[in-house]
Each structure stands twice: as C-alpha cells, then as structure tokens.
Design a protein around this ligand. Structure first.
Ligand code: ASP
Length: 581
C-alpha cells in the first residue's frame, strides 16, 4: 500500500504518529513560510502543514502543486491550533516531512467542490471529475449501501441471485426494444431485455422458487427525469405464493431499507384499489403525503344552465386549504398553466371561502350563495380555503386535476422530501385500449393473470377485467410493480388472442414460455422495483441521473464517451447492414 491511512480517519487518538496519506490537492494556501494544503480522497479531507521556510525541496514541490494534483505525503499527526468542528479530521493536521507528486493534473474545467460552477453539460462531459464531488460520491455510496441491504434481506429469505442473458428476444413491457444485430446470424437481431420477465418465470418452472437479480433493463422510450434508456431493477419472482405474500415480503424489504439506511420506520403500507386511486387522485400513483382528495360534483352542479358543467362527463375539484388569498392574477396564471398543451385543460373554475365566511365563485352568475353552500359542504371548506374545479371527459379531467393537485401540493409546501408516504395500489385493469393502434394492450404485461372471477368478461367487457397486479408507490412515484402470473398454456393463449396475436404469432414469439408451462409450471408471481428511483428517493433527488455513475442525457447520449456514434463501414458490412441516414 502506498498509504498508511485514508484522508478521513485521523483524529486526536493518532497524535504523534507518523503517517502516509495519498490523495488529491483540494486547495493550497501559501502564508509565506508556512503552506497549508487540504488533501482529499473518497473518505474525507485532511489538512497538511508544510514548513517551507526551512526545507527548500518541500518548498519547491509545494509551489509546483495545483488543484487536483495527486500527492503522497508523510508526516506527523499534530493537534491543530484552530480546530474545524465541521469535519471529522478537524482536530488534527499533518506536519509534512516528505511530499511526492504522484501525478500532475490540468486545471479542472469546473470547481470540484460541493457547490460547483460547472454547468450540466460540462459536468456530464467530465463525469469522472464530477464524481469526485461530495454530493455525487455520497449518492453512489448510498446506492451501494442500499444494494447491500437488499441482498442481505433477500438472501435472508432464501432468495437466490441468478443472472439472466442480455442478448435475448423481445419481451414486451410496453416500450420499444433496443436491438443488436447478429454477425453470426446475418439479418437477425437480438433485443436487449426490457426486463428479465420471461426468464424469471422460466426459473420458476425450473424449480428455483425464490429468485432475485439487481439487473440492467433497456427501454427505448422518451426520456424524463426519472427515466434512462438503461436502468436497474431489483427483479424478483416467487413460486407457491399468493399476492398477499408478495406484498408482505416486499413491503418488508422497503421497511428494512428505510430502517437500516435512513433510520425511518415506514409502518404498515396502506392499500388502495386502482379504481379508488383514479377517482380520488386521478393517478395510479397517488402522492399521499397530503390529502386534497378529489370531490365529484356532478350531482350538485348540473342542471343550472351552466353549459360547461352540463355538457361535461365529470365535474370534479379539490380544496386547496388556506389558498383563498390567491389573487385574481395568481388564479389567471394558474388557469394559463392548466391550459398549456402539456396539461390541456379548457378552463378553471374556483370558489373562495372568504375569511368573513362568504362564498365567492367565478361562476356566481349560475350559482347563488345557497348553491355554493352545497359546494362548501361537499369540500368541507373552512374560511381561507380555495376550491378549484375542472370539467370535461372523465379520464382527461382526472389527469388534469391530478396535475393541479400536485402543483398546489408543492405550492402549499405539502410535499416535503423528508416525509415518506408509501402505499400499495391494487387490482389494476388487465387491459387498456390504445387509441392509436385501435387494440387492447396489456396494462402490465401479457403474462399477468386476470382475476379468475373476471375472466368471463374478457369477451364482453375487456376494459373491466381486473388483473392480479400491484404497484408500490412512494411519494407519488411508482417504485415497483408486479403481478401474479398466468401459468397454464390455455389461459396464456387466450390472453395473447385478446391482445390481437394470431396463434402462429403467439407461438413464434412466446412458444418457449407456453411450451414450458406444459412441463409442470408452479403457480408464481413477482415484482420488480426501480432501483434508481428508490435510490433517488433516499437521496432526496428529483432525477435518477445523479444516483447513476455514468448516466445518459435527455437525448439518450453519453456525452463523455460520445455514444451513440456511427460505426466503421467494415463493421456494417460484416453485419450486412446499410444505413439510410
Ligand atoms: N417485469 C415487470 C416490469 O418490469 C415487473 C414484474 O412483473 O415483475 O415492470
């Protein structure tokens, strides 16, 4: 070893010892005769003191040092005269006897400090330097700790970690596949897994019983703050279980992680039906850190000659408690915000419950005080409250009101990053209709089992069939989802039929799984949790990017290594591929 200690561990108990440290120069201050240097490694920062008056070699070397030079120092641990209580090594300093430059460094393109001056693009290009900064290092250390705790918890419950292949064929999970051309099989392509779904099910057929894998998944979809083209799942599957078992074991895992990593007791997770989540929050991943539940108003507002409400399928609102002080200007601005194409509302109607007890709405022409009293009762308003109402087609208006609810929650300070509100959302629909393709799609994936009592409706009312599917949601973020699977050929074929596959297509794409079901497939089910998302929640971040060592940007590019990039003609030829761009 080049060093005896790290830059984060020396304290008063080491006084008088001669030690050797290695690290990067954080900064250097020449006070004429004495030079102070802060040297940093992943464990911390230690102050070096150099008597440059008496030692000429030391003086030369000290003068040559720049930020981020890599150095090795040997010296004695001394008590500091002016201590720094903010860092663990703040009581001591090293009186340097020997200083070696192990490597020089160019001036870094941005400050390697907690608060940096580097823009996002620049830091992405020099990600390896950005990763030297404390906040990012801490995120990755947190990620490591969570991963270890996951392994400990699952290993303790007899789960075994099995790796599944990365070059596979398409597993439909609702996104586009990334594909890889095969040189040895000209004209043919592998797909990268959107998840190891079919493989983990096959492992159940093989009798492995309890499987997990912390695994990369690949989905070619439009990127957002919480999406990356490659991301990591905690993928799990179990045999001989019921939905209740999965919920208990993985609720237990989330509790274990919050407990061990954050010292927080999450308690028992509430459970909500999908239909209730949509009705009360307009979202299948409700943020229940705050109430502000939807109140439907059709019964009390229709038939009063107000066309907007009379013609709407659903009139629904929220009570933004304490927001009655919103001015006309703020309400106009909120209306404009709702009308942006991203949200698409046609307008916003409001009612103020004034401090003097009077009720004042933007539709006073149609609703007198007596009518507004009914609104007030429905929303249980108190003086100071502001009721916000939207009207329109049910699905659309719920989505819009969900956005408004989250926005008001944020504005009213109800969404603290230090509060954690988990829940299970249960009984998702099996199918959803896709307007674009005019077909039914599996809401979760095609291997999810329908509730047995709903199977008969597959022909008559497919949209009403419920699945044995569940999502884990924390603070409005879907952290995981899974289902109890189909495990017999007949039902799996029926499912493919309803998804618009011909028997031949189903056999070609998923014959391997259906064949396996004929060789003694156990009842099974599972779940996958988004590891990056979980880490970002723990770290209090909005984006998953900073819990990933080398993430892609919004256009799916890694600007550090410059990928994706074109490849040599010879490579294309070898693959018999011609590009047209
Ligand atoms: N494979 C699913 C997904 O990636 C999870 C599961 O059903 O276990 O969402």
């Amino acid at each position: 070893m080049l060093r005896t200690h790290t830059c984060g561990e020396l304290n008063m108990s080491h006084l008088g010892q001669t030690v050797t440290l290695c690290g990067w120069v954080q900064k250097s201050r020449d006070l004429g005769g004495t030079t102070f240097i802060d040297v940093r490694d992943r464990y911390g920062l230690t102050q070096l003191v150099l008597n440059t008056d008496t030692d000429a070699t030391l003086r030369e070397t000290a003068r040559s040092l720049g930020r981020e030079f890599v150095v090795k120092v040997t010296g004695k641990v001394l008590e500091r005269t002016s201590k720094n209580s903010k860092i663990p090594t703040g009581d001591i300093e090293i009186a340097v006897e020997a200083l070696d430059v192990l490597n020089e460094a160019k001036i870094p393109p941005f400050l390697i400090e907690d608060e940096t001056d580097g823009g996002e693009e620049l830091r992405a290009k020099y990600r390896y330097l950005d990763l030297r900064r404390n906040p990012l290092r801490q995120n990755l250390m947190l990620r490591h700790k969570i991963a270890q705790e996951i392994r400990k918890y699952l290993d303790g419950l007899n789960f075994i970690e099995v790796e599944t292949p990365v070059l596979i064929k398409s597993t439909p999970e609702g996104a586009r596949d990334f594909v890889v051309p095969s040189r040895m099989n000209q004209g043919e392509f592998y797909a990268l897994p959107q998840s190891p779904q079919t493989f983990k099910q096959l492992l159940m057929v093989s009798g492995f019983d309890r499987y997990f894998q912390i695994v990369k998944c690949f989905r070619d979809e439009d990127l957002r703050a919480d999406r990356q083209p490659e991301f990591t799942q905690i993928d799990c599957e179990m045999s001989f279980i019921e939905q209740e078992d999965i919920l208990n074991i993985f609720e237990g895992m989330a509790r274990h992680l919050f407990n061990t990593v954050k010292g927080i007791d999450l308690g028992t997770f509430p459970r909500m039906q999908y239909a209730d989540a949509m009705r009360l929050y307009g979202s299948d991943k409700p943020d229940i850190r705050f109430g502000m539940q939807f109140v439907e108003l059709n019964d009390i507002v229709k038939g009063k000659n107000f066309g907007v409400f009379d013609n709407a399928e659903l009139v629904v609102g929220i009570n933004a408690k304490g927001a009655a002080s919103y001015t006309r200007k703020q309400l106009d601005e909120l209306t404009e915000w709702l009308k942006r194409p991203q949200i698409g509302a046609t307008g916003l109607i409001y009612m103020r419950h004034n401090d003097d007890g009077s009720l004042k709405s933007s539709v006073d022409k149609f609703y007198n005080e007596e009518e507004l009293q009914k609104w007030s009762a429905a929303f249980n308003t108190k003086p100071g409250d502001l009721v916000l109402v939207l009207a329109g087609q049910t699905d659309k208006v719920r989505k819009q009101l969900n956005e408004l609810r989250l926005e008001m929650g944020s504005r009213l300070g109800l969404r603290s990053k230090d509060v954690f509100a988990p829940l299970w959302v249960l009984d998702f629909p099996l199918l959803e209709f896709d307007e674009e393709s005019g077909r039914w799609h599996a809401m979760h994936h095609p291997f999810t089992s329908p509730k047995p009592e709903d199977i008969a409706m597959l022909d008559t009312n497919p949209g009403a069939v419920r699945a044995n599917a569940y999502d884990m949601v924390i603070n409005g973020i879907e952290v995981g989802g899974g289902s109890i699977r189909i495990y017999d050929r007949a039902l799996q074929s029926l499912m493919f039929k309803h998804l618009g596959f011909s028997p031949e297509e189903a056999q070609k794409q998923f014959g391997f799984l259906m064949d396996a079901f004929e060789y003694g497939a156990p009842p099974h089910g599972g779940i996958a949790l988004g590891f990056d998302r979980l880490c970002s929640i723990f770290a209090g971040l909005d984006s998953i990017r900073d819990v990933i060592a080398f993430p892609k940007n919004n256009s799916g590019r890694d600007v550090m290594i410059d990928a994706p990039s074109t490849i040599a003609d010879a490579q294309l030829q070898e693959l018999s591929i011609k590009t047209t761009v």
